[in-house]
Ligand binder design. Structure first.
Ligand code: AMP
Length: 271
């Protein structure tokens, strides 16, 4: 019997549900895990504030016949306790860039929890969102490196009508910040247009993108990654290279990315 696993931290939104619905189509049963994993948060990050809405999540998932919500406890996942947990270290070559630079323990925490979730749920397929492209790629590497018999299914980014990628953290934004948050998608569109118009030089495209990200946004990073190694590219842009961006807006950190295409008219991302 095929089983899909969709790891989440809960507070389910349309981005999560795209993964869930893909899993429903491809598997007899689907498990959606809901666990806010302390190992992937730094000491000054939002672990305590992170929205926990288990009842609402349960209600949303009850519409799907083949879906089970699994909300493991910390004891279930880390029997020795978080401080004594045996961890997986994400390879530095992939984890040192982008989000790993600003959140040094993040990918170790993600690898450790996803490994444990897989070990306990034993899925056929594992559904990961490209919204977190670096995470998705590192988890593909993890599954491959441990030769786990699981197919990782990367799923496209789901965006709100104005282009902002769905994220549980969007609800931290004030109404005014929510308006400024659309700068990210506009920066993505400007970068894609520059590439479509024939600019191959990553530095020029990055500059265009940065120019769209003004106050009150504070850029964490903007760059272009090789889609497999995740290294910043130092060559002409090719199709499938990833524009990577993150910015702070007040207390909220927003992360986004975009797969470049060299053709003419495809819109950036999905709505
Ligand atoms: P999270 O609950 O934020 O840990 O996300 C759980 C899974 O949903 C991860 O694989 C994310 O990449 C994915 N995800 C979150 N937001 C989106 C989105 N807007 N579009 C696609 N996938 C998403």
């Amino acid at each position: 019997m095929s089983l899909g696993l969709v790891p989440t931290m809960g507070n389910l939104h349309a981005g999560h549900l795209a993964l869930v619905e893909r899993s429903i189509r491809e598997n007899k049963k689907t498990i959606v895990s809901v666990y806010v994993n302390p190992l992937q948060f730094g000491p000054n990050e939002d672990f305590d504030q992170y929205p926990r809405t288990l009842d609402a999540d349960r209600a949303i998932l009850s519409q799907y016949d083949t879906v089970t919500l699994w909300a493991p406890t910390t004891k279930d996942l880390y029997p020795l306790g978080v401080a004594n947990a045996y961890g997986i270290t994400a390879p530095k070559a992939m984890a040192q860039h982008w989000c790993g630079n600003s959140r040094p323990h993040f990918f170790d925490g993600v690898c450790t929890v996803v490994f444990r979730l897989c070990q306990q749920a034993n899925p056929t397929r594992l559904y990961m969102g490209e919204k977190d492209y670096q995470q998705c790629t590192i988890i593909q590497g993890l599954i491959h490196d441990y030769r786990l018999p699981i197919s990782v299914v990367p799923c496209p980014i789901v965006r709100e009508a104005d282009g902002l990628a769905y994220s549980s953290r969007n609800q931290y934004l004030s109404p005014a910040e929510r308006v400024h948050a659309t700068q990210l998608y506009r920066a993505i569109q400007a970068a894609q247009t520059t590439v479509t118009n024939g600019e191959p030089n990553p530095a020029m495209v990055i500059q265009t993108c940065q120019a769209c990200l003004g106050s009150p946004l504070k850029i964490d990073y903007v760059g272009i990654a090789d889609p497999c190694s995740l290294k910043p590219i130092d060559r002409d842009i090719r199709p499938n290279d990833r524009l990577m961006l993150a910015a702070h807006l007040g207390k909220t950190r927003l992360v986004d990315n975009h797969e470049f295409h060299l053709g003419t008219s495809r819109a950036a991302g999905t709505h």
